[in-house]
Write a protein that binds this ligand. Structure first.
Ligand code: B12
Length: 226
């Protein structure tokens, strides 16, 4: 199938889930991850959420499928059959060995790391993530999803993300999960970040229209706490 037709088919198949195409990475010979048949991938299509796009479909599925790691299980239930139909090799962000999703996203969309470590998108801000990736033996001629070289953080002079963490877990050298988790276990942490979402992520002025709902924020914070 020509690349354009394949991407359109993929987008259509994913539409009910709220999972979006989040860019395409092309690899030189021998550079890409291994495919299920042992060959090397020439391209990877990243799949993920923009703001709360996946929350309605995921929440509904979860009601009928209790179990551990529900977001990973749902992602596999949605993406797995599509991968099979397209003869693609699926990769999931939480499956070890960890695939370099953030490096791929930097290449695919030109995204940059925020001071928090998570990638900032000029439209969605910090409110986006990855649910999987499909690897292909063919090189795909991607639609131009690359948003350019500048980081949205460059024009943010105050950088509230660096000073708002009540646990002091964020500094210019990155994020320290230990102090974050210790704080989340306190009464203050439970009433604050656990209920309203990470204070540093919430303080970012970019993409605020895409901020996750309170229910989705709580879900991610509980996952981080575990
Ligand atoms: C392990 C892991 C964690 C661990 C440790 C994170 C760490 N900093 O080491 C813990 C549990 C702490 C964690 C927490 C969170 N994580 Co996390 N995590 C991962 C996971 C599963 C693997 C990371 C990894 O080791 N990759 C392997 C290397 C080889 O991949 P890579 O792309 O080359 O990694 C590069 C980047 O990570 C980058 N990098 C990492 N930290 C920093 C910091 C700075 C300052 C810079 C410049 C670059 C940078 O450098 C790496 C080498 O090039 C990824 C999924 C994945 N497969 O990438 C999610 C992932 C990175 N996490 C993600 C998120 C959203 C979070 C949380 C916000 C979740 C939450 N519930 O709140 C928190 C906060 C993290 C924070 N502030 O840094 C998202 C990021 C999406 C985005 N927009 O970028 C990912 C991609 C998962 C997803 N499904 O989308 N995470």
């Amino acid at each position: 199938m020509p690349a354009f037709g394949m991407l359109a088919t993929l987008e259509e198949a994913l539409r009910p889930s709220g999972i979006r195409l989040r860019g395409v990475v092309s690899f030189a010979d021998g550079e890409g991850p291994a495919l299920f048949d042992g060959g090397g991938a020439r391209s990877v299509v990243l799949l993920g959420n923009a703001g709360g796009s996946i929350w309605p479909a995921f929440s509904q599925w979860r009601r009928d499928h209790p179990g551990d790691d529900p977001l990973d299980a749902w992602s596999k239930a949605v993406i797995g059959p599509i991968a099979e139909a397209l003869n693609a090799t699926p990769f999931y962000p939480s499956d070890p060995p960890y695939m370099p999703f953030q490096q791929w996203a930097m290449r695919a969309e030109g995204l940059k790391a925020s001071p928090l470590g998570i990638l900032i998108h000029p439209t969605y801000g910090l409110w986006h993530g990855y649910r999987g990736a499909l690897a292909f033996a063919e090189s795909l001629d991607p639609e131009n999803l690359n948003i350019g070289e500048r980081s949205a953080c460059e024009s943010c002079l105050e950088k509230p993300c660096l000073s708002t963490c009540p646990a002091g877990a964020i500094s210019s050298s990155g994020f320290a999960v230990g102090p974050c988790r210790t704080y989340l276990a306190t009464a203050e942490g439970k009433a604050g970040c656990m209920t309203e979402g990470c204070a540093a992520r919430n303080s970012c002025p970019i993409g605020t229209a895409y901020r996750y709902s309170d229910a989705q924020l709580r879900f991610h914070m509980e996952a981080l706490f575990r």
